[in-house]
Design a protein around this ligand. Structure first.
Ligand SMILES: Nc1ncnc2c1ncn2[C@@H]1O[C@H](COP(=O)(O)OP(=O)(O)OP(=O)(O)O)[C@@H](O)[C@H]1O
Ligand SMILES: [Mg+2]
Ligand SMILES: [Mg+2]
Length: 676
């Protein structure tokens, strides 16, 4: 049954993609139909149980979530959320920000590092207190349901309160969430618990379930950030005068066009300035969408989502893809992405691949940065890689060494592992954003703003050539110089934030063997070790992430590639995350994969496999390549733990399908190319 539903979802997705491309020449029929439906909807009709101008009740949003959870259809979900946001706009626009945060299940911009994510054990305890039920009963229900949100909404409060607590409002709930996440100090645990309990006691109807899921850190109703953003912009556009005018003059088609353009603007703006705090109020101002980019754009202090690269299989594929464009090859350093910002006031900040604020991790780089600058640089942002470095031998050290550096509150005096920064891009210089400039120009800016400092700061090694042999030699040089291979970039491309772009191709040394990139996967379960591995987990069940359904889909069992120390370390790290039963969003074959323990997903592991195959057991990308079966990795080998990726940034099922297809294509042409 589940497989059948998924199959349709997969097929639909493919079609949707085709439309998107077709839509370049004109708006697709689906979008026009959707615009028609949205126009017919009266957002005032949603104002039910409160008055316009009053704070919007949390129950309004919880009910919307409830309706959304009953469908898996993207389009329906997006429309429901759009209409909900429209109701908020007509009712109390000041609450739109809270609605957007609550729907995207975040409470602050990523780089501020304020997350919920309250542990299950704590939540079970508070739930027991708030409902008057026994902890053991709640735990038993949890085991059966696999979702604490469901348990929360099932557990009716039996607690007697003298007065009915006031109704929860959206803005009130968000405020409490923020307070819970930021409470610090000696009494903070109790204070947090008291706040959570208060929320749960005040919860009506289905509210408790969504409060609990938000506190856990995941709503799990199929609301990807992309959907929330689309709904946000569609709601704002539909409530604007421009939409009314377009509808009158050009009908549904004109409105669909306006919605599409709005979505493009928001996509660009959100990747340059990923902060609802800035975007939502700006959208509600005069000239909302049209002026959005001028009001919210990239600036030092707020990380831009980094541009990503696509894997390729060899020098000849690169030459083929870039047959008529100018390109450059750069060493691919194996460290940690570092987006370094210098603000006008002299503040220096370093952000990770994930837009996390990594500043506390690199006090040495922060202090030394001014010495890498040329005169006259007031503000600048560079993109680069921080690599572990041996200053005596003057050489790059492996990634593993870098990962032994502490993460937080590092005292410069205690630093044992030095880093060297290899800069490869410049995104901002002296008040001007360079994102829309070509790589040629951005590089010029980088060279004009910085100078190399031996053993501390270098520009990445690069070469421009079209000669197969010369490139092959350069690739071998890169390996000899302790890097992972090359990243090949087109010279005239702009910086494409958050895109896995074909303008950047990665060419790693491991591709030359097996061909195919490593995957970043999530351990969701484990098997007790035997013999030499007694006392630690001896094998794990890994999963990839499906963005569409928010599932973690099993992809392989893994027991190879671990050193004895790693086995101990991973076991120790994962033991505290053991949960009583697999989560409802784990997709695996319960008959074939009887794990001894299950984990609350928290880690991401980089894994290399010999190849991929269609599997009768594993679920990765099911419906994407084979109508019902999933994809599995063959002979997977553990490479390393990835602290710079979170669970949602694990390799997604579409990428798995891409890898599978690329491998199939390569096998078809096997023998025709001696380049690998
Ligand atoms: N010259 C360079 N140009 C761009 N990126 C570089 C360069 N040198 C090193 N890198 C690093 O390589 C990364 C891209 O390749 P890698 O395979 O390591 O990606 P990843 O972090 O595993 O992400 P994914 O596999 O999801 O693409 C960049 O994010 C960056 O950190
Ligand atoms: Mg890397
Ligand atoms: Mg990778």
């Amino acid at each position: 049954m589940a497989a059948a539903t998924k199959k349709t979802a997969g097929a639909k997705k493919k079609k949707g993609k085709a439309k998107e491309t077709a839509g370049k020449e004109g708006i697709g029929d689906k979008a026009v139909e959707a615009a028609g439906r949205l126009l017919k909807h009266d957002p005032d009709s949603g104002v039910d149980g409160w008055k316009k101008g009053e704070p919007v009740p949390y129950l309004f949003l919880a009910n919307v979530f409830e309706n959304i959870s009953e469908t898996t259809k993207r389009l329906e979900i997006a429309e429901m959320l759009t209409n909900a946001f429209r109701t908020v706009i007509v009712s109390n626009p000041d609450d739109l920000l809270a609605a957007v945060y609550l729907a995207s299940n975040t409470i602050a911009p990523q780089h501020e590092g304020i997350d919920l994510g309250i542990g299950d054990a704590t939540l079970v305890k508070i739930l027991a207190e708030a409902t008057g039920r026994k902890e053991s009963a709640i735990r038993a229900d949890y085991k059966e349901q696999g979702d604490l949100g469901i348990v929360a909404s099932m557990s009716r409060s039996t607690q007697k309160t003298m007065f009915a607590p006031p109704k929860l409002t959206m803005s009130g709930v968000l405020k409490e969430f923020r307070a819970i996440a930021t409470t610090e100090g000696t009494k903070s645990v109790d204070a947090k618990k008291a706040k959570i309990k208060k929320l749960l006691v005040a919860a009506r109807e289905c509210e408790a379930g969504y409060i609990v899921r938000s506190l856990q850190g995941k709503l799990r109703i199929g609301l990807a950030q992309q959907t929330v953003n689309q709904a946000l912009i569609h709601a704002v556009v539909l409530q604007s005068d421009a939409a009314a005018k377009a509808a009158k003059e050009g009908g549904n088609g004109a409105v669909a066009d306006l919605l599409g353009r709005g979505a493009d603007v928001l996509k660009q703006v959100f990747s340059e300035c990923p902060s609802y705090d800035e975007i939502v109020p700006a959208l509600l101002m005069e000239g909302g969408v049209d002026k959005l980019h001028s009001r919210c754009h990239f600036r030092p202090g707020v990380p831009v989502k980094p541009m990503l690269a696509k894997p390729t299989c060899g020098v000849s594929e690169v030459l083929q893809r870039f047959s008529d464009v100018e390109f450059t090859c750069e060493y691919k350093y194996d460290g940690e992405r570092a987006q370094i910002h210098l603000l006008e006031d002299g503040t220096v900040k370093i952000f990770s691949r994930n837009q996390e604020d990594n500043t506390p991790k690199f006090p040495d780089v922060i202090r030394a940065l001014p010495s890498y600058l040329k005169a006259g640089v007031k503000s600048v942002v560079i993109d680069g890689e921080a690599v572990a470095y041996d200053r005596e031998q003057h050489k790059i050290l492996p990634f593993q060494i870098l990962s032994t550096r502490g993460r937080k509150n590092i005292d410069e005096a205690d630093i044992k592992v030095n880093v060297c920064i290899y800069a490869f891009d410049c995104l901002y210089l002296n008040g001007e954003t360079l994102l829309q400039k070509s790589l040629t120009e951005r590089r010029e800016a980088m060279y004009s703003a910085f100078k190399e400092v031996p053993d501390e700061f270098y520009f990445c090694t690069a070469k421009i050539s079209r000669d197969v042999e010369e490139l092959q030699v350069f690739l071998e040089d890169s390996i000899a110089d302790n890097t992972e291979g090359l990243i090949v970039k087109t010279m005239d491309a702009t910086y494409e934030p958050s895109k896995r772009s074909l303008n950047w191709l990665k060419l790693k040394k491991d591709y030359l063997e097996g061909c195919g990139d490593s995957l970043d996967l999530v351990p969701i379960g484990a098997f007790h070790g035997r013999g030499k591995r007694t006392g630690v987990y001896g094998a794990y069940l890994l999963a990839c992430y499906d963005e569409e359904s928010e599932e973690l889909q099993s992809i392989c069992k893994i027991g190879t590639g671990f050193s004895d120390e790693q086995l101990v370390e991973l076991t120790e790290g994962l033991r505290p995350t053991v949960i009583e039963a697999p989560r409802s969003y784990f997709k695996y074959d319960a008959n074939a994969m009887k794990c001894d323990v299950w984990f609350d997903p928290s880690q991401v592991w980089e894994v290399k496999a010999a190849d991929l195959s269609i599997s009768p057991v594993h679920q990765a990308g099911h419906g994407l390549v084979d109508p019902v079966k999933g994809i599995a990795l063959r002979f997977p080998r553990f490479l390393r733990k990835r602290d710079d990726k979170n669970v949602e940034q694990a390799t997604n099922s579409e990428q798995v399908a891409d890898f599978y297809n690329a491998q199939a294509t390569k096998q078809e042409f096997a023998g025709g190319d001696d380049d690998y």
